[in-house]
Design a binder for this molecule. Sequence first.
Ligand SMILES: Cc1ncc(COP(=O)(O)O)c(C=O)c1O
Length: 430
Amino acid sequence: MSTPHTHHALAAEAAALDLAWPRLVDPHALQVPEGTLYLDGNSLGPSSAAAAGAVRAALDRWAAVGVLGWSDGDAPWFHAAERTAARLAPLVGAEAGELVVAGTTTQLLHQLLATFYRPTAERFRIVIEQGAFPTDRHAVNSLLAARGQSPARAVAEVAPSAQGFLDIDEVAAAFRPDVQLAVLPGVVYTTGQRLPIARLDAAARRAGVRIVWDLSHSVGLVPHRLHDEVELAVFCTYKYLNGGPGSPAAAFVHRALLPIAPAHQGWWGQDKAAQFGMRELWAGASDAGALQLGTPSVLALAALEGALTLYQGVAMEDVEARAGMLTDFLCRASDALLAPWGVRVATPREPRGRGGHVALAHPDAPALSLALRQRRVIVDYRPPNLLRLAPAPLYTDAADVLAAVACLARILSSGGHAAFADPAARAAVT
Ligand SMILES: Cc1ncc(COP(=O)(O)O)c(C=O)c1O
């Protein structure tokens, strides 16, 4: 078992790391729930004064001018989605017109898949990783069903290795001549494995395969250069971008693929100048905005637009480096304090091989996640046996990481999680 000496050494190291790696944004800018160690920003990032202020301003505007908010003033709501996309574009390396902010990740994934799935008798399969985030798999399966294809025949699964990680060469080898599309994650939501998206996208293009990337777990963390790296992507904005619960999602379409004829058309996907002509014939926007369907939620866009101001002046390379420092320290603290209790780090050790969270495997993971939450250490659990801890680099320090790991060690040594062993107690875990 670990000794007080081990804990002392780690505490000294955490203090030194926090001196060497100051926060990248004003520590008061984000409103982490008071009295908590918040390590769940890979699920929902915290609120901020900027997001709350922007929502309040939108509500005030609604009260002041009602419907005229769509058209009048410096920032008419009619262009709110385009404004937010323009603010987001530099964070992900997208060029003007390549990004759309709308709806949910699932809806945009459906939109891209339905638009770009063009099967032939020879090329009809879709590659996806085994254990993909369920909504990605649901989207693929339902698309195939709608096109009269059986998922059993048309899905080509890539399985992780015995260590639980995807082998990059095996993923590339899955781009066979009968494959037309692939859906792959930037960072795997369970293990936290980060994939080399530029390398895989290039391999796919050489093989005549188009990848739709789900970058939900890497945006706001990894310095993406989407215009240089990929053709198509979707991502949510409520994790590391702190856009708010259910904040609008985004999709990237490379300029080379524009303009597009989306499979699903709605009046909001039209050219702005044509939209209120109220014509029957759809006059699509020439940029990625064509993927939009209906009226966006102005309040939700406001929260996201406000939250994005936090990234102003912050280099994504610095965000990535600080995430690497924190996740590395988390892995080592876990080795020292938790391995003796049977906890295994289930995330790649190589810094470029992981994203912003560390998965810790233990058979009692569900009960442990609840015991931690009861002690105001907010983490989550993913079946079958993973605790996910995300030391989000904008608002977490090495000292927080150590405090969370030490709390978990105390729970394990005291058996404090036994109270949560009953599955009924876990019914509402998110
Ligand atoms: C990889 C991934 N894709 C998609 C989603 C969610 O999609 P939606 O925003 O449509 O609910 C999540 C949510 O956690 C996710 O982790």
